[in-house]
Design a binder for this molecule. Structure first.
Ligand code: RB5
Length: 162
């Protein structure tokens, strides 16, 4: 058998450990995204939030809970969904070590990881439909931080505000 005919190992799937969270406005989307991520081979490390839209909660409580889990689990990713993604991101970005990005398009989903080393993805369930949200999650999880000059800039993000 020539070398070219040797069976090749399957390319290793980059499995992410994901901490999910949503408020009531995005309960359905959160459950759908978690199922999609599981199907894609990722690990659902934790899940926070109501199971139905009828069970109202305050998004900052969920954002803090999920970000604490991300910080306690180095290398993991947080996914926070609410109506717009904005309130989740505003809360998450107050926490040291969290870089949360509200993402609504595929390019930004990739750049948020490659250039900004975002560790939390925020999506608005009242803005993005489930198909787009799933694509954004796949792109975010499939991208990696580029390092180099971006590392210097990300260090400045982390240092900003004392
Ligand atoms: C809840 O009504 C809504 O305010 C919340 O889901 C989110 O959009 C906040 O940013």
């Amino acid at each position: 058998m020539t070398e070219a005919n040797q069976p090749r190992p399957e390319p290793e799937l980059a499995r992410a450990r994901i901490h999910f969270g949503s408020d009531h406005a995005a309960a359905d989307l959160r459950l759908e995204l978690a199922e999609a991520a599981r199907t894609d081979g990722h690990m659902i490390a934790s899940d926070a939030g109501p199971l139905t839209e009828a069970d109202s909660v305050d998004y900052p409580d969920i954002a803090v809970q999920v970000c604490e889990r991300v910080l306690a689990d180095p290398g993991s990713i947080g996914v926070l969904v609410c109506g717009t993604g904005q309130g989740m991101a505003m809360t998450a970005n107050k926490m040291d070590g969290i870089r949360a990005a509200v993402v609504l398009d595929d390019f930004s989903a990739r750049m948020a990881r490659e250039h900004n080393d975002a560790n939390v993805l925020c999506i608005g369930a009242r803005v993005a439909g489930p198909g787009l949200a799933r694509l954004l999650l796949q792109t975010f999880l499939g991208a990696t931080f580029a390092g180099g000059r971006h590392a210097r800039r990300v260090a400045k993000i982390d240092a900003a505000g004392g």
